[in-house]
Design a protein around this ligand. Structure first.
Ligand SMILES: *[C@@H]1O[C@H](CO)[C@@H](O)[C@H](O)[C@H]1NC(C)=O
Length: 587
């Protein structure tokens, strides 16, 4: 027993590494068939219609298996394992272009326990999912009558398969044969297969699963247009305000320059120039701060690359390939994290860089794995197929230790050596300047809360589409929109944090690093609040498992988004701060 599980882990680790090396070619199928060649119907999962992410093994319901037993082995990829894909052979005998009349393939002996299992599934609107040649098929388990007393099971699966040349291009399933569930009876399950010539091209066979009327709805175009207008307005506003105010500030400062010392002592110097001896003082908690910035830069590059890949390749046509790609890109972009985190830490005069590197490298993986681990416990209790297999967990840990960590180390060393010098335009004074009293709305906490509103406003319509495709049966495919939204989000975030920082520095408060990070990151708080609204008004989830699953993963998503926005805001703002202090003359 021990030996076999260890062997299984070795295989999973090997497969995952192989998959990391060639992530796109994970499929074993050629997708071409000769006449009478075996076509496999894989049973995947069952689960409530209202939550696409809660799934159980198909055979966790007491369905029966067909008679055919011999089947070539199915290899599972890492992305599939993490998403709870569990393909099992249906036992149905299907051959390419071979018609099958209605045939009984097995019988269920319905005792009380089995009946209760089916009734529970029917009451919760369970759907099951199957695959033929990678095409997903959904079917409903059963139906209750109006007053909810009698429950019926659909027993006849009528498959109509469209072929174009030697390829399968279309599958339709019709459920028939409604049978009332009465304990201690036998229920015969049957199927039939009809083959039809079809004109659908192989490349277009996934088109019928996409929902253009949903994703390319007027609202979606309108929101993009709206956000775009907002960007133009905001960029114009920011550059106008800053140009005018900065020019005025510079003029004032140079006039003061010309006054003699007497006058200057009497003169009222104020504004951001006053804090020139403190703006480049290291932030508080430099270790965690630079780790956050490094991780945020990495999340940004992962999002960018994955969206570009998704725009080029139709990732939705292969199970789990989106997740596999994301994991691969995450591992491969680890040097980015090390570079930005390490160089920032060195600039801030940090000495314990090895500790910083560990924190930076494992911040995001620990957050994601911690949440997944917690939800896994609950999933195991409910026997959901979402419970991540032990071997997969080991594989993920191996990737963290043997891929992500070394690449981070490379990035950190590069970052420390190439741009680790604190070459700031102004010297840092030995003694910190006291921060003067200011109006309540200039307090960093208030600025942080207000900072996220505009960035959130530019993305929340897109959030609706992303949430809906994640939690309901819609395939997200409009990655061009997503790319636009990402770009818009970054521009808005940078503009907003620059304005916030300008006001803060003008109030002679030099604690701008954390303020700029947090004011951008507060977008995530609004997204998380929106996810509460979405949960209560747009989904029909309930129960401990669904609730913890939803809020757990939404928290992970929001936090990652927040760290990304924070890093983008900070990077933009620090360029701005450098710029304004480079141009001012300091005596
Ligand atoms: C499946 O159903 C759709 C819509 O009803 C139809 O256009 C298509 O021809 C059907 N395909 C097959 C193979 O029967």
């Amino acid at each position: 027993m021990m030996g076999s599980s260890r062997w299984k882990i070795a295989v999973v680790v090997f497969l995952s590494v192989a998959e990391i090396l060639m992530p796109i070619e994970a499929d074993e199928h050629e997708h071409t068939y000769t006449d009478k060649e075996e076509v496999v119907l894989w049973m995947n999962t069952v689960g409530p219609y209202h939550n696409r992410q809660e799934t159980y093994k198909y055979f966790s319901l007491p369905f029966c298996v067909g008679t055919k037993k011999t089947i070539s082995h199915y290899h599972e990829t890492l992305g599939e394992a993490l998403q709870g894909v569990e393909l099992e052979f249906s036992g149905l005998d299907i051959k390419f272009k071979d018609e099958v009349m209605q045939t009984t393939y097995c019988e269920i002996e319905l005792d009380k326990a089995k009946r209760d299992a089916f009734v529970y599934a029917i009451k919760n609107h369970y759907w099951y999912q199957m695959y033929i040649d990678d095409l997903p098929i959904w079917g409903i388990v059963g139906e209750a009558d109006e007053n909810g007393e009698d429950h019926y099971l659909w027993t006849y699966k009528k498959l109509e398969i469209g072929f174009n040349g030697n390829r399968i291009v279309d599958v339709n399933l019709t459920s028939e044969g409604k049978v009332k569930l009465v304990p201690n009876t036998r229920i015969a399950m049957s199927y039939s297969v009809k083959w039809k010539k079809s004109d659908v091209k192989f490349e277009d066979r996934f088109d019928k699963y996409l929902d253009p009327s949903f994703f390319q709805h007027r609202i979606h175009w309108f929101s993009i247009f709206n956000s775009f207008m907002m960007v133009i307005f905001l960029v114009g506003l920011v550059s106008m305000i800053l140009m005018r105010t900065l020019r005025k500030d510079y003029a004032r400062y140079s006039k003061e320059e010309e006054m003699d010392d007497m006058d200057r002592d009497l003169g009222d110097e104020y504004g951001w120039k006053q804090v020139h001896g403190d703006v480049f003082r290291p932030s508080s908690h430099p270790m965690i701060f630079s780790s956050l910035i490094g991780s945020g830069c990495q999340i940004f590059s992962v999002s960018f690359i994955v969206i570009v890949v998704a725009m080029i390749e139709d990732l939705y046509t292969e199970r789990g390939s989106m997740l596999s790609t994301a994991i691969f890109v995450y591992a491969a972009t680890s040097p980015v994290n090390g570079y930005f985190g390490g160089s920032l830490y060195a600039k801030q005069g940090g000495r314990r860089w090895i500790k910083q590197m560990f924190i930076g490298a494992f911040l995001i993986p620990a957050m994601v794995c911690g949440t997944a681990f917690f939800i896994n416990f609950i999933a195991m209790y409910y026997h959901a197929s979402r419970a991540i297999p032990f071997g997969t967990m080991v594989a993920v840990c191996c990737i963290c230790l043997f891929v992500i960590l070394p690449l981070n180390l490379v990035g950190t060393i590069l970052g420390r050596n190439l741009s680790g010098q604190p070459n700031f335009p102004c010297r840092v004074n030995a003694v910190p300047r006291p921060i003067p009293e200011k109006k309540w709305f200039m307090e960093p906490a208030v600025i942080v809360c207000l900072g996220g509103i505009l960035p959130f406003g530019s993305i929340f319509i897109e959030m609706y589409f992303i949430f809906t495709s994640f939690w309901a049966y819609k395939i997200y495919y409009v990655y061009g929109f997503m790319m636009l939204v990402l770009v818009i989000l970054c521009i808005v975030t940078v503009c907003v944090t620059i304005v916030c920082t300008y006001f803060l520095l003008n109030a002679e408060d030099y604690r701008w690093q954390w303020t700029s990070f947090l004011s951008a990151a507060s977008t995530a708080v609004y997204v998380y609040m929106y996810s509460f609204y979405y949960y209560f008004f747009k989904t029909k989830m309930y129960g401990l498992f669904q609730t913890s699953f939803y809020f757990g993963y939404m928290a992970v998503f929001s936090t990652s988004l927040g760290i990304m926005c924070g890093a983008v805001g900070y990077v933009g703002t620090s360029a701005f701060v450098r710029k304004i202090y480079t141009n001012v003359k300091i005596d």
